[in-house]
Write a protein that binds this ligand. Structure first.
Ligand SMILES: [Fe+2]
Length: 203
């Protein structure tokens, strides 16, 4: 099913397109201060690897027992409209010391039906593009969308020394999971033409 809504930021931009039933949604003030402190501690203590291609370090397969799972389940159910299974928690820090931070338009090409793209902590502003819509997150807020049916990206940005963006991605699958590996498209795929035009217009 396709749906259209008007772009909230600039009416001259094309209308946003969704190929699924889930409209990207922003949620604010998700966790309590105590929960946030625990999340920061857990991510700080986790083992990390560097993705220098994307200018970030990440921790995979974080211990889900450290997270407020009831709250996450309620958020995912309300956003998606039916029960999903929490399948992965990934922590990511974008920072110039890990390479050149960037996120070209892509689909995840995994098994996810929903991602909670949660901003844990940042000292700069780096919007998230979901199809042709831009979201500005504050710490403790998230944008939710279907990462295999809705292309997502970040604008071009040069990180100054010391700037960072720390995110946690909560990924949910159906039961049984659906395989979207065919959605691993190259950045110049025609499906990304409008998005790349928009993204490059901000240079
Ligand atoms: Fe993604």
């Amino acid at each position: 099913m396709r749906g259209d809504i008007k772009h909230p930021h600039n009416p001259s931009w094309p209308k946003v397109r969704y190929t699924n039933h889930m409209k990207p949604t922003k949620i604010s003030n998700i966790f309590s201060q105590e929960e946030l402190d625990n999340l920061l501690l857990t991510t700080e203590q986790s083992e990390k690897t560097i993705d220098d291609f994307l200018g970030r370090q990440r921790s995979l397969f974080l211990d889900s027992s450290k997270y407020p799972l009831d709250k996450l389940e309620s958020i995912s159910y309300q956003a998606y409209g039916s029960s999903l299974v929490l399948n992965d928690i990934t922590y990511v820090e974008y920072n110039g010391k890990f390479g050149t931070p960037m996120l070209p338009p892509h689909f995840d090409g995994d098994f996810s039906e929903l991602i909670i793209n949660f901003q844990l902590s940042t000292n700069t502003v780096w919007q998230i593009g979901v199809d042709l819509e831009l979201f500005t997150l504050e710490d403790n807020s998230a944008v939710l969308f279907h990462p295999n049916e809705t292309a997502h990206w970040r604008p071009h940005k040069t990180f100054n020394d010391g700037e960072y963006v720390k995110m946690i991605f909560f990924r949910y699958t159906a039961n049984p999971p659906k395989d979207y590996s065919h959605m691993r498209l190259s950045i110049d795929d025609p499906q990304f033409k409008d998005i790349n035009q928009l993204r490059d217009s901000f240079k």
